[in-house]
Design a protein around this ligand. Structure first.
Ligand SMILES: [Zn+2]
Length: 432
């Protein structure tokens, strides 16, 4: 059995988890009904009163909420406490127009920190580690989430935030950073910059542990990061509406990510109908927060695509259910002549080839009446400019996976534009 941050909570038996969930759910529904007019009218609209929630099964009678509801209730409309009781504000990323705000009481920050400690500990962080936090600080929840967790756990936290990659590398070398937090594509970017600086991340740095989140990534990209850095990689899941990162994390044993079921109820629904689907069936992740006090979230539609794994008890000893690594966003999937494609499917194929470099881009355009997908791939540093046999190997495998014929172009290393934030993987020229 794994060492744990909070063994009592992390190994609760199924009956205890269910009992805690029901008690907390009933409380969350009652508080939402009594204190938030938005929830009161939504529940009344379904003819529901908090007393009607008698079992966990009744959860599905509660209407779902979305990011749009958060935006429409900007800024304080979803608060279940007086504004004065809030000690922190964050905003979620990646939206247009008004941001979606989330607020925290002192208790919320405490709970979030506890969950971050569980995830960080699960990923190998220990007292005495030097922990470099590369996600952005500020309104984005990434930086401060990892920061508070790392401090509470007793690590030495370096709050670099995003960007200035050369300085990141220098600090890693000079301070002897042992673990980093960030987004997966940024870990690849740091390795490239380090190599340009004449630094071998394996030999010259001591970073051997990493925790990554905030974008969909595949098993194969995880292996690639592991290889390049000689690093033990973990995947963390979360979003600002559920505190931030820390909703769940991957352990070192089984597949997928454990979700902290004493703080969240996870459902998977069909994104078009909203109907729950069964274990091992893919759909949209819907989360209910059980402990948030400032802004309760009942059945929040995350738009993330995953599935609940029907995998039995995990060898790590944790009893909390596992979901598959998030495959993408419901909105990220694009359609090529009616065939649905997730960027992750393509990535999975590309990253299996050691000759493929770290960056790729999917370009979608109209050719006559038809959609055309072109997969641009950078060759690894060792390869010559173009590589016809790699191109045809990738073409054959992608054709099998996708069920149609994409174009594949292998480009010289470093020829696709870099970004220090989330990678721009899909360029859809049909919309212009
Ligand atoms: Zn496990």
């Amino acid at each position: 059995m794994d060492e744990m941050w909070n063994k009592g909570s992390e190994t609760l038996d199924r009956e205890s988890i269910k009992r805690i969930q029901l008690r907390r759910l009933r409380l969350a529904v009652r508080r939402s009904y009594e204190r938030v007019p938005f929830y009161r009218s939504a529940l009344k609209g379904r003819g529901l009163h908090p007393e009607d929630i008698m079992s966990l099964d009744d959860l599905k009678r509660i209407p779902m909420v979305s990011k749009i509801d958060l935006r429409e209730n900007y800024p304080f409309g979803l608060l279940a406490v007086p504004r004065e009781a809030c000690v922190r504000v964050h905003a979620s990323s990646g939206t247009t127009g008004k941001p979606t705000l989330v607020m925290y009481t002192r208790e919320d920050i405490r709970n979030w920190t506890e969950l971050m400690c569980r995830c960080l500990f699960m990923s190998g962080l220990r007292r005495g580690d030097i922990f470099q936090v590369t996600p952005g600080y500020g309104l984005f929840t990434g930086g401060l989430g990892f920061h508070y967790g790392g401090e509470a756990l007793g690590a030495t936290v370096i709050p670099t935030g995003t960007g200035n990659t050369e300085r990141q590398v220098n600090l890693m070398r000079d301070l002897g950073t042992t673990m980093i937090a960030g987004i997966a594509s940024y870990a690849l970017h740091i390795a490239e910059v380090a190599s340009e600086m004449g630094i071998d991340v394996k030999k010259d740095l001591q970073v051997r542990k990493g925790i990554f989140g905030a974008e969909a990534w595949s098993d194969s990209i995880m292996r690639k990061i592991s290889d390049i850095w000689d690093m033990d990689c973990h995947d963390i899941y979360g979003m600002s509406e559920m505190y931030g990162p820390g909703v769940g994390c991957s352990c070192s044993y089984g597949e997928g990510l454990h979700i902290w079921e004493d703080h969240f109820i996870v459902e998977i629904v069909d994104p078009s109908t909203g109907e729950p689907v069964g274990p091992e069936e893919e759909g949209e992740v819907v989360l209910t927060s059980l402990t948030k006090t400032a802004m309760p979230m009942l059945r929040f539609r995350t738009r993330d695509v995953s599935k609940i794994l029907d995998a039995g008890r995990c060898d790590c000893g944790r009893t909390h259910l596992r979901i598959a690594r998030v495959k993408g966003r419901c909105d990220d999937a694009f359609s090529i002549n009616g065939v649905k494609v997730f960027p992750g499917q393509v990535e999975h194929v590309l990253m299996k080839y050691p000759e493929v470099g770290m960056n790729y881009q999917l370009v979608i355009e109209k050719v006559g009446a038809l959609d055309q997908l072109t997969v641009l791939v950078e060759a690894g540093v060792a390869l010559a400019e173009s590589h016809p046999s790699l191109e045809s190997a990738l073409f054959r495998e992608l054709r099998t996976v996708l069920g149609f014929q994409p174009r594949v172009r292998v480009l010289p290393p470093m020829s696709i534009e870099r970004s220090e934030g989330k990678a721009k993987r899909v360029l859809d020229l049909r919309k212009k």
